[in-house]
Design a protein around this ligand. Sequence first.
Ligand code: PMP
Length: 335
Amino acid sequence: MMTCDWDATSGWHHPKIEPIGELKIHPGAKVLHYASELFEGMKAYRGVDNKIRMFRPEMNMARMKRTAIRAALPDFDSEEMINVLTEMLRLDQEWVPNSDVCSLYMRPTLIGTDPTLGVGCATEAKMFVITGPVGAYYSTGFQPVSLLADSRFIRAFPGGVGAYKMGCNYAPTIWVGKEAASKNCQQVLWLYGENEDLTEVGTMNIFLFWKNEEGDMELITPPLHRGLILPGVTRDSLLELGREWGEYKVTERTLNMQEVKKALAEKRLYEMFGSGTACVVSPVGKILYHNKVTDEYEELHIPTMSSKHGVMQKFYNTINDIQYGRLIKDGWMRD
Ligand code: PMP
């Protein structure tokens, strides 16, 4: 693991990479009381040429810096952090699986550690990075997920911190996840506002491929500007590839449940999928929608798995080819 301490007087100390062990922390530490914590989730891949590379680490570090500032935790130098991650990968190279379906997950974390119970800026902090190999996400092919969509539960709101990767965004979702599981749903479709706008799915961004009311084939994902959505690295990558291919319209816009229901009824909705580092893409097969007017649940079947358009599949194949070095996309893989 890597650890690096910071204090307000002397700034960042020297980073250390040593065998993983427990952290010693004062019980008054800010992180333990006010959730002064943020993290990143990224992966390193062993390419078909046996070279180890990270996927767009600059984007993770940029997001981590934005989050650190919003969390009143110390800012840091992105390039220094990428150097540290690269050095960890050099030392831990045997832990990067020799397989083009596996990878090494990397979890940079930043916590406020000063033992002062006042709610205020951290004067001491600790950055650490832990890693671990992860196996194939889809060992038996794509598995479509069922989503609970219930606007009585909210993940984020304008002016809040939904756009930042802070631990405090995740703890309150665990109970909702249990609620979803009790209804045989694997993930939560996070809705927001009067119109029940779609925002995210579980810990993924959401994409929809449909024929819009004007008759255009269109890939849609909700926009970032309201601060409700985590700006996913995968989301950004899919948008860039979709725009580059020019095979259909690519739109970032607010999308609500009524539009989804109407498109389904008119058989214009072809694919819905989540996007994220863990899985690249994750097909949606069903939405269990809580109708707030009738207070009843409705089952909406999403035909992602039988789509002839193959939009999700092409994204999956392309991102995988890039990550394992079979396809070069300038500036995306870093060794
Ligand atoms: N939304 C949330 C809430 C997440 O936790 C994640 C995972 N980081 C994502 C979206 C997807 O982001 P990325 O593509 O960077 O993994």
